[in-house]
Design a protein around this ligand. Structure first.
Ligand SMILES: Nc1ncnc2c1ncn2[C@@H]1O[C@H](COP(=O)(O)OP(=O)(O)OP(=O)(O)O)[C@@H](O)[C@H]1O
Length: 240
């Protein structure tokens, strides 16, 4: 009875909750603390920019939030589910269903067409082929690449490849969208258009987005700015 009521429905509560998160690396027999007690909370539909100097631990934090890596201590809840308590396989399945990841260098599979790249998370989640095809068409339209499904990634510009990567990241309608320097490999104009697209998609679809960036302009579209410094998170609760 208590259990039945204790578990909130996915639509309720914050999408992401982090408590006292810790991560250190061993290097040459020495322990280097990178995250030294991170607390954070992100509500549904919020856009968060994660800033911090090089080496401050931004990618480390993002990888923990994605369930790619495991913390040494602390709690990570995505839609109320404890990621830090899951084993490797459970985390992989969870990530496949509930997390979308956008990389600086796009990470498209070069031997697959654009449509096949976008369909990957749908395939992994057992979406039937027919539905996959119509979803991919729809996603291509959403990212401004209608009719380009048959192309291979190397025939596309950097900005176009990132659009494909965004379509792939949102294809399975993840609860949490994570982006690691999504404009880091693009010129300023193309980067600005990619950020506008991400912002519009996040706003229209109510997606929750945490993105690492070095750029103040990128951070300006966020609802909140977090700055990582010496293993701790400085929460900006106001607009940048
Ligand atoms: N697998 C690892 N083993 C050992 N040390 C690591 C590992 N991954 C990261 N580090 C170290 O942890 C620190 C934080 O790295 P991280 O990549 O998270 O920083 P970052 O803020 O994303 O940096 P950048 O902005 O340059 O990408 C760095 O000092 C890095 O050398």
């Amino acid at each position: 009875m208590a259990n039945a009521t204790a578990k909130a429905a996915p639509e309720e509560g914050p999408v992401l909750q982090v408590r006292d998160l810790r991560r250190a690396y061993e290097e040459g027999g020495r322990r280097r603390v990178v995250l030294d007690g991170i607390d954070a909370r992100v509500e549904r539909g919020e856009i968060v920019a994660l800033l911090g100097r090089s080496g401050s631990g931004k990618s480390t934090l993002l990888n923990l939030l994605a369930g790619i890596d495991r913390p040494d201590g602390g709690e990570i809840r995505v839609e109320g589910q404890r990621l830090d308590r899951m084993g490797e396989r459970e985390r992989t399945l969870f990530r496949r269903r509930r997390v979308g990841f956008i990389y600086q260098f796009f990470n498209l599979v070069p031997t697959l067409t654009v449509a096949e790249n976008i369909a990957l998370p749908l395939e992994l989640n057992d979406v039937p082929a027919r539905e996959r095809r119509s979803r991919v068409e729809d996603l291509l339209g959403q990212v401004g690449l209608p009719g380009r499904g048959g192309a291979f990634p190397d025939a596309l510009s950097g900005g176009e490849q990132q659009r494909v990567a965004i379509a792939r990241a949102i294809a399975h309608e993840p609860a949490l969208l994570l982006a690691d320097e999504p404009t880091g490999n693009l010129d300023a104009d193309t980067g600005a258009r990619i950020i506008a697209l991400l912002r519009d998609l996040a706003r229209r679809q109510g997606r929750t987005l945490v993105m690492v960036t070095h750029s103040r302009e990128v951070a300006a579209v966020a609802d909140r700015v977090w700055t990582l410094c010496e293993g701790r998170l400085d929460h900006g609760d106001v607009h940048p």
